[in-house]
Design a protein around this ligand. Structure first.
Ligand code: COA
Length: 354
């Protein structure tokens, strides 16, 4: 028998080439060759999304056309709103997955369709929440993508907070062959349409080991009354061999640059309070005791909380940013495709008789 030795979870295995993003030798995340920590200081969400999608930093005219496209496409039709209303699905991620799957895909260029789907995420989130919590009078379509989404999530038109929020969206936008992107690439490699690709990615993102971690972080962080209590909680979980949400990463074994950037912004946004003190104590403890670094979901959760965004929106926010990275990967996969179809090492019985 052919004995394949492949690391569990494909850890460390390079499965294909990509020009979209990578982590360089110093641990910086790069989108299309640029450090994300530089992009976030100089460009807005629309420009970074176009860079990720096309490989080029757009000129002001291209950026403005793209921004208009995101606005005009953001409206969702009455019949789709009605389906969301009737579904009354409390989990917004389930709604995103179901509603995206309704979109017609025939006779459309891949990039046009992907941009159209991505533009609708804020409105799908809005109507999903309205179906459960009742109508809110919010202008759904105006402003930049970050302003629109921030307004939908918080009910507030707030330029300054939207700018902070935009930084988190840029950090969440793209991350090489993470689980949801890989799920999308497997689907795209069968030449299934973009709608199938995005729904595969949304499904994979929902798990607590991937995007689902961010909403679990606040559950434990906000309940501590002292540093001792915070550390005891972590010690107890570790002694039961449980995972601490918001820690660990397949790629970043020393430092997640996105987490460190968002932490620095969090201090500007919110100052330094007791929750931040507990967060930093846990971060130091995890590093000193286990050598496990904090990841973006940990400080991302605190950051969204400081921006007044409620926990039920945390993962949909991640999805609303990552959908642009997924779209770039769909295009890249189909443009030089080979079906992704690995093999398994069979370890079951053979030759059984009936
Ligand atoms: N809490 C406690 N222990 C952790 C941990 C965490 N969050 N993350 C990793 N570890 C431990 C593992 O138990 C393992 O220990 P062992 O060698 O004694 O068995 C070791 O560190 C290596 O971790 P492993 O789970 O094999 O790494 P991975 O690359 O397969 O998994 C994650 C990466 C992200 C899935 C994992 O770190 C995790 O589950 N984190 C929590 C969920 C999370 O925050 N996800 C968001 C990621 S951005």
């Amino acid at each position: 028998m052919n004995s394949l030795v492949v690391p569990k979870g494909l850890e460390g295995v390079i499965v294909d080439r990509t020009e979209i993003s990578t982590t360089d030798q110093s641990g910086n995340l790069l989108y299309r060759g640029y450090r994300v920590v530089d992009l976030v200081e100089k460009l807005d969400f629309e420009s970074v999304a176009l860079l990720v999608l096309t490989g080029k930093i757009p000129d002001p005219e291209a950026r403005s056309r793209f921004s208009d496209l995101l606005k005009t496409n953001s409206v969702i039709e009455g019949k789709v709103r009605e389906i969301i209303r009737v579904l009354r699905e409390p989990n917004i991620m389930n709604n995103l997955r179901s509603i995206v799957s309704l979109y017609p895909y025939k006779n459309r260029k891949n990039l046009d369709l992907l941009i159209e789907i991505a533009s609708k995420f804020p409105s799908i989130i809005f109507y999903s929440d309205v179906a459960i919590r009742g109508w809110r009078d919010i202008e759904e379509t105006g402003g930049t993508y970050a302003e629109r989404l921030y307004r939908i999530l918080t009910g507030r038109d707030d330029r300054e907070n939207s700018k902070f929020f935009e930084k988190l969206l840029i950090m969440y936008m793209e991350h090489e062959f993470n689980s949801s992107t890989f799920a999308l690439r497997v689907t795209a490699s069968t030449l299934a349409d973009p709608v199938c690709g995005i729904t595969s990615a949304l499904s994979a993102l929902k798990g607590p080991l991937h995007g689902g971690a961010n909403s679990e972080v606040l559950d434990y962080l906000l309940k501590f009354k002292s540093e001792d209590e915070a550390i005891r909680f972590i010690e107890n979980k570790l002694s039961r061999k449980e995972k601490i949400m918001g820690f660990g990463h397949r790629v970043y074994k020393v430092k997640d640059p996105r987490a460190q950037y968002i932490k620095s912004q969090l201090k500007k946004l919110h100052g330094y309070d007791s929750v931040m003190k507990y967060a930093e104590s846990i971060e130091s403890y995890m590093w000193q005791e286990r050598h496990i670094p904090v990841n973006l979901d940990f400080y991302g959760a605190l950051y969204m909380n400081a921006l007044g965004i409620e926990e039920r929106f945390f993962l949909p926010v991640f999805a609303s940013a990552r959908v642009f990275g997924w779209s770039a990967h769909y295009i890249e996969q189909v443009s030089s495709n080979k079906i992704i179809r690995p093999q398994a090492q069979y370890v079951g019985p053979v030759g059984l008789k009936l």
